[in-house]
Design a protein around this ligand. Structure first.
Ligand SMILES: Cc1ncc(COP(=O)(O)O)c(C=O)c1O
Length: 386
C-alpha cells in the first residue's frame, strides 16, 4: 500500500494528524498559525517552563557548559548539572538513587526492558501510556492487561501468574494520574495487592509529579507509599516545565539501568541546561511558591469542574476529558473552540481507544479566572447542556 493511500485512509477515518506551527508563546497564550489562542492543551501545570528562575538556571548552564552534552554519559562522564539533578530527584522521591533520561518515553522503554525479560510477567493497566506498553512489549515478558483500575481483575491475573510462572518476577505497571482520562489509580489498594502476591510495582508519575502530594512529590508521597514501590518513574516535561524523564529506585536497580538501559547507554546525555532548569523547577515545586501555585491550580480545576457541573474531586486533576466518542465530532468541537480562540485538542485513536475520542482540556496555575470563565461559556455553546 502506498504512503498516500495509508494517509488517505487515515483521513477518511478522521484519524489523520498534521503538525501546526507555533510562532510565539507567552504564559498561557500562544500564536498558532497566526491566531492568538489561550492554551488549554499543554502539561505545564504550574507554568514553570516560563519561570524566570528556571530560565536563568538554564541560561547559566549554557554559559558554563555549552548547549549539547556531546556524548553519552558512559563515554565521557556525568556533567555536574545531571549529577545534582539526580541527587535532588532521589531525595524528592525518597529513594536511594535516581537516573535521568532524555525523555519520559526513553525512561520507560529503557527501564522496563532492563528489569523485565522473557522469564517474567508484566501486567499493565489498560490505559497505560504507549511508552509503558512499548517497553513491556520490547522486554519479551509475558504480557497481561487488566481493565482500567480494576483490582479484582488484577487479582485474578496475579493468581494466574503465581500459578503458571512461580519463579517469574511479576511487574505491575501503571500510572498514578492517567494522561488521557485524568483520574488517579487506587494506589493504596494496588500496593496492598502487589505485596500480597509478592509482585513488583512500576509507577509512572508523569502527570502527578509537581501536582499532587506534599511538596508536589506525587501520588506515592500523598499516600506515604514511596518505600513500598519498587520503581517510581516521572518526567521533567510536564509540571517541571522542561524535558526528560527519570527513574527513582534502589541504588542497585539504578546501577543496573546504567548497565542495561539501552536508551540511556546508547544516547547522548540530555543538554546540561535542561538538567539545570529542571533542578531549579524542582526547587520551586517544593517551596512555598510551589504550594501557592498548586493552590492556584486547584482553584482553576474546581472552577472548571463547577462551571461544567462536574463533581469536585478530593484529589484535584488538571486533566479534564470531555468524552465525545466519534472522531470527526471531536475534531469539529475542537475547531469550534478554536474559532473562539481556545486551544483544546481533540484526542483520537490511537491515543485513546476507538470510538472514545474526546476533547482533553488541561489546566495551569497560570490561567486567569477571566480565561477560564470565557472557556466555560464557549464550552457551553459548543456542548449545549454542559
Ligand atoms: C503517562 C505518561 N508517561 C510518559 C510520558 C512520556 O514522557 P515524555 O513526554 O517526557 O517523553 C507521557 C507523555 O508524553 C505520559 O503522559
Amino acid at each position: 500500500m502506498s504512503y498516500e493511500t495509508i494517509l488517505q485512509e487515515l483521513a477518511d477515518r478522521s484519524l489523520l494528524r498534521r503538525l501546526r506551527s507555533i510562532d510565539a508563546v507567552e504564559g498561557t497564550r500562544l500564536e498558532l498559525e497566526k491566531t492568538s489562542l489561550t492554551n488549554f492543551a499543554g502539561n505545564d501545570y504550574l507554568g514553570l517552563s516560563q519561570h524566570p528562575v528556571v530560565r536563568e538556571a538554564a541560561i547559566g548552564a549554557i554559559d558554563r557548559f555549552g548547549l549539547g552534552a556531546a556524548a553519552s554519559r558512559l563515554i565521557t562522564g556525568t556533567l555536574a548539572p545531571h549529577k545534582f539533578l539526580e541527587e535532588q530527584l532521589a531525595a524528592f522521591k525518597g529513594t536511594e538513587a535516581a537516573i535521568s533520561f532524555s525523555s519520559g518515553y526513553a525512561a520507560a522503554v529503557g527501564a522496563i526492558t532492563a528489569i523485565a525479560n522473557r522469564q517474567d510477567v508484566v501486567i499493565l493497566d489498560k490505559l497505560a501510556h504507549a511508552c509503558l506498553i512499548d517497553g513491556a512489549r520490547l522486554s519479551g515478558a509475558q504480557l497481561r492487561i487488566f481493565p482500567h483500575n480494576d483490582l479484582s481483575k488484577l487479582r485474578e491475573i496475579l493468581e494466574w501468574a503465581n500459578e503458571h510462572y512461580p519463579s517469574a518476577k511479576i511487574w505491575i505497571i501503571t500510572e498514578s494520574l492517567f494522561s488521557m482520562d485524568g483520574d488517579y489509580s487506587p494506589l493504596s489498594e494496588l500496593v496492598g495487592l502487589k505485596d500480597e502476591y509478592g509482585a513488583n510495582l512500576f509507577l509512572d508519575e508523569a502527570h502527578a509529579t509537581g501536582v499532587i502530594g506534599p511538596g508536589g512529590k506525587g501520588l506515592a508521597a500523598h499516600w506515604g507509599l514511596n518505600q513500598r514501590i519498587e520503581v517510581q518513574m516521572g518526567t521533567l516535561s510536564k509540571a517541571l516545565g522542561g524535558s526528560g524523564g527519570f527513574i527513582a529506585s534502589s541504588r542497585a536497580l539504578i546501577d543496573l539501568l546504567i548497565n542495561r538501559a539501552r536508551s540511556f547507554i546508547f544516547s547522548t546525555a540530555p543538554p546540561p541546561a535542561i538538567a539545570a532548569g529542571a533542578s531549579a523547577a524542582l526547587g520551586i515545586v517544593q517551596s512555598a511558591e510551589g504550594e501557592r501555585l498548586r493552590d492556584d491550580l486547584r482553584r482553576n480545576i474546581d472552577y472548571v469542574r463547577h462551571g461544567l457541573r462536574f463533581s469536585l474531586d478530593a484529589l484535584p486533576s488538571p486533566i479534564i476529558p470531555l468524552i465525545i466518542g466519534d472522531e470527526n465530532a471531536a475534531l469539529e468541537a475542537a475547531k469550534q473552540l478554536q474559532q473562539d480562540r481556545f486551544l483544546v485538542p481533540a484526542i483520537r485513536f490511537p491515543s485513546v481507544s476507538r470510538g472514545s475520542a474526546r476533547l482533553r482540556l488541561t489546566l495551569s496555575a497560570r490561567h486567569s479566572s477571566e480565561q477560564i470563565a470565557a472557556l466555560i461559556s464557549s464550552l457551553q455553546r459548543v456542548f449545549p447542556g454542559s
